[in-house]
Design a protein around this ligand. Structure first.
Ligand code: GLC
Length: 550
């Protein structure tokens, strides 16, 4: 299937999208109520993060029943109606399959704890070392050991994430059968998209101590991961040419992504990789404050664009999701030039080769949460790491500063619908605080304004359908050494598109390495730009140019 190349996916975090029953928690009816808004934006798929039955220790990424809807989100009737009404608007649903682990509240895990060997073989239960220590020194991604001891069984179980998220043993054919049955269950309902959570971690290698790192090299892009994905594809979604799939790839390598998302490899339609979103980390260490390295950002984006294209593999292109801080706060500006920078970032990512993903509120230029007190945070990862930083001796103030920049809660504050109490998100008390800037930044205002950020996203989605060069074109970097501009060229048949973006507040000049004669402006974020070979770019200025040879 390649007719998805001109499609755009919109990610919904239902818990923070719209609450219709006043419990402070978004729900499926909320999504239903906003379908017209989403249709107006023009998106083709809605990726909904998990709304299945779950203790919610990791906001639904700890599933205890993959076939039932958590009553706080609504009912199966609500879901069926949402699916139907979305389809009626030309929008398909993409569900989030959390298959690397289950919640420890899942009946399988509970039976394992009761001593049932069948269900113990669904997970990784291992004895401790001779001295009683955990089987390996691996660290959980949320901090602390990746092993939890169960005294009753005198065994540890593996959890790469929270201790209530136990890793599934995909080497067990029964586990793989269960996962296939779940995918089929949702396919039979008419679901046309699946996102697979941290799916490159499902095949574990040797359980050895890691003397170089946190253990990830033993399970990332593991030994049988490609076989398992091919099997899943063959037995489930691969049978329906209309189904779109995306795998979330944690710390992956490009070589593996050529296979995960290769045109002929029969694994997935595309991948999320995150290397370009670690340019403000110190290596893999996220809980530090370092300025974003623009040179590296460009290098990573360009090398993935070129590498994936050369191997006929497909990228998901994105800045934001529910695990990332808001992009306008991260690489743009929250105050002066807020609008210009949000539009520039949108153009820079949407014109790349791949399928663009928009995370709810990104189309409004929503900013980081701006929390100032620990009580405002909800995310297990943030709370754990705050404690870890404090235990290392860091002052409370410095630890807050880090959370303020890197916490996943930055993107989880409620959607800002209008200038009304709680931004129109709920009539009750929201589960997480609303960003006070909702009076200025909200959907009602932007859908009424002709030059809003919302309108800019709408235009980008439309352009992708209008010009085959955006969907199918090849990719080549332009002026890769320029210190402040990210520029590239796309080419397809008689169309050439050039996208030029000043990533800084500082004005700068840019000289095109190709003649811009005959190019027209498709979209920009300042009103009066003229295509010429020497451009003087204003703060965060961005322009998309097109040439068609007759
Ligand atoms: C993915 C999800 C994230 C979750 C983790 C564990 O990275 O996007 O939100 O915490 O997997 O399931």
């Amino acid at each position: 299937m390649s007719d998805f190349h001109n499609k755009t996916v919109y990610q919904i975090y239902p818990k923070s999208f719209l609450d219709t029953d006043g419990d402070g928690w978004g729900d499926l009816r909320g999504v239903l109520q906003k379908l017209d808004y989403l249709q107006e934006l023009g998106v083709d798929y809605l990726w909904l993060t998990p709304f299945f039955v779950s203790p919610q220790n990791d906001n639904g990424y700890d599933v205890s029943d993959y076939r039932r809807i958590d009553p706080r989100y609504g009912t199966m009737e609500d879901f069926d109606r949402l699916l139907r009404e979305a389809k009626a608007r030309g929008i398909e649903l993409m569900l989030d399959m959390v298959f690397n682990h289950t919640s420890t509240a899942h009946p399988w895990f509970q039976r394992a704890l009761e001593g049932d060997p069948l269900y113990q073989s669904y997970y990784f239960f291992r004895p401790g070392k001779e001295n009683g220590a955990a089987p390996t020194n691996w660290e959980s991604k949320f901090g602390g050991s990746a092993w939890e001891y169960v005294p009753k069984l005198n065994q540890y179980y593996l959890h790469l994430f929270d201790r209530t998220q136990a890793d599934l043993n995909w080497d067990n054919p029964e586990v793989r059968r269960e996962m296939r049955d779940i995918v089929r269950f949702w396919m039979e309902k008419g679901v046309k998209g699946f996102r697979f959570d941290v799916v490159n971690l499902i095949s574990k290698g040797a359980f050895n101590d890691d003397d170089q790192g946190d253990g990830r090299r033993f399970y990332t892009d593991g030994p049988r991961v490609h076989n398992y994905l091919q099997e899943l594809n063959r037995e489930t979604f691969g049978r329906d040419a209309d189904i779109l799939t995306v795998g979330e790839m944690s710390s992956t390598s490009m070589e593996n992504c050529f296979r995960y998302a290769g045109e002929d490899s029969h694994e997935l339609s595309m991948v999320f990789s995150f290397h370009h979103l670690k340019v403000d980390f110190m290596g893999n260490e996220k809980w530090v404050l370092v300025p974003a390295d623009f040179g590296r950002l460009k290098k990573l984006l360009f090398s993935w664009q070129e590498g994936m294209a050369a191997h006929r593999a497909w990228n998901a292109v994105f800045w934001c999701n529910h695990d990332q801080p808001r992009v306008v706060s991260r690489f743009g500006s929250e105050e002066e030039y807020w609008k210009e920078s949000a539009k520039m970032l949108a153009s820079a990512i949407h014109c790349l080769r791949g399928t663009p993903y928009i995370y709810q509120g990104e189309e409004l230029g929503m900013t980081n949460a701006g929390f100032t007190r620990l009580e405002q945070y909800r995310d297990v990862e943030s709370l754990n790491h705050f404690q870890i930083l404090r235990d290392k001796g860091m002052s409370e103030e410095s630890a807050y500063q880090i959370l303020k920049v890197h916490s996943r809660d930055n993107s989880r504050t409620p959607m800002q619908w209008e200038d009304a109490p709680h931004a129109g998100f709920t009539s009750g008390s929201p589960w997480i605080g609303v960003n006070p800037n909702y009076r200025r930044i909200n959907a009602a205002r932007q859908t009424a304004e002709p030059d809003s950020i919302f309108r800019h996203y709408q235009a980008l989605i439309r352009l992708r359908k209008q010009y085959a060069v955006l969907a199918e074109g090849d990719f080549s970097p332009l002026t890769p050494q320029h210190p402040s501009v990210l520029a590239y060229c796309r080419h397809w048949k008689d169309e050439t598109l050039i996208c030029v973006n000043n990533f800084y507040r500082r004005p700068c000049s840019w000289t095109s390495p190709v003649s811009l004669e005959g190019f027209e402006v498709l979209l920009s974020n300042y009103p009066d730009i003229k295509p010429q070979d020497h451009l003087s770019l204003r703060p965060y200025e961005s322009v998309i140019l097109l040439h068609r040879s007759q």
